[in-house]
Design a binder for this molecule. Structure first.
Ligand code: DON
Length: 305
């Protein structure tokens, strides 16, 4: 396995030159475009990694998976899906137009920005800071990494430039989809996106999901099986935004990308995979990361279909 991962990095590093790091959140543009790393964590507790697997990056949209798990734990699926739909989208991840066109004005799914701001707004806590503390605590647990924290430079950068997300959130407040404080919801969202991880950390989240909600390293159940199933299904249909169909055909496993360059993938009953490559394709997904996953899926016969 180790050799397979090393080969996947070597064979695909060239691809990183063909994409670009995200610049719309200025702090993200400091990433090294040629970085490419991968980590695998099996449900039998074997860990393998290769390439730039110790480089830290912010979760960005990968955090939407974590927020969805907590929102479901806190509120149950009926309430969560009364506020956010579970339908895929052919629009971009920060699309505004689809919000108004639908009746009721529910965001299409919890993986696009509008839907994720809603799930973040549902996380229990007396205010935003208590909610983000709970997200951090939960993230440390499901990565088995107590040192995980927020990158405050990225948070600040995102907050300063997050007007598109503000527009989405205030619109949803006007339609009653967001019930509490919009500013709190946005602050939780900006902070969760700025949680810093390595691909080893996100491989462990993938392994817990692959193991139906039980953390393989401790045997402890952290989420009910049904929540693990819902989250993996939404990752398949919506995790790569308007590239989810192609991802399902080419790679065929639940996955969630982020503009920080991470992709969290989960192979049910087998393993979690974390990849990192901050050079992105036109749809905001890691260009090298996708190629690494494609090679691993082919070599290890990972597709669930
Ligand atoms: O809200 C944003 O735009 C970012 N914090 C997260 C977007 C993102 O990661 C989209 N993923 N590919």
């Amino acid at each position: 396995m180790k050799r397979l991962l090393e080969a996947a990095i070597e064979n695909n590093r060239e691809w990183t030159k063909k994409g670009n790091v995200a610049t719309y959140i200025p702090e993200l543009s400091k990433a090294n475009k040629e970085h490419l790393g991968v980590a695998v964590y099996t449900i039998d507790n074997e860990e393998y990694y290769a390439g730039d697997c110790d480089v830290k990056f912010t979760m960005q949209s990968v955090s939407k998976v974590v927020a969805l798990m907590l929102a479901l734990l806190d509120n149950g699926k009926e309430y969560v899906f009364s506020k956010v739909d579970m339908e895929p989208t052919a629009d971009t991840f920060n699309s505004i137009s689809s919000l108004e066109k639908r009746n009721p004005n529910k965001p299409l799914n919890p993986m696009i920005n509008s839907g994720a701001i809603v799930t973040s707004s549902m996380i229990s806590g007396k205010d935003g800071s208590e909610a983000i503390e709970r997200i951090l605590k939960f993230t440390r647990k499901i990565t088995n990494n107590p040192t995980i924290d927020i990158n405050y430079d990225v948070y600040k950068s995102e907050k300063e430039t997050g007007d598109r997300n503000r527009a989405l959130a205030y619109f949803m407040k006007s339609t009653g989809i967001i019930e509490g404080s919009v500013e709190d919801a946005l602050d939780v969202y900006f902070k969760q996106c700025s949680i810093e991880v390595t691909c080893k950390d996100i491989a462990r989240i993938g392994a817990m999901l692959a193991n139906d909600g039980v953390m393989p390293w401790s045997g402890e159940r952290i989420i009910p099986r049904q929540i693990a199933r819902i989250v993996k299904t939404i990752m398949v249909t919506c995790g790569m935004y308007d590239a989810s169909g192609e991802f399902a055909v080419r790679i065929g496993i639940p996955g969630k990308s982020g503009v920080g360059g991470g992709i969290l993938a989960s192979v049910p009953g087998r393993m979690g995979i974390g990849v990192y490559g901050p050079s992105l394709d036109a749809k905001g997904n890691s260009i090298g990361g996708l190629k690494v996953l494609e090679e691993l899926s082919r070599e290890l016969d990972l597709s669930i279909f």
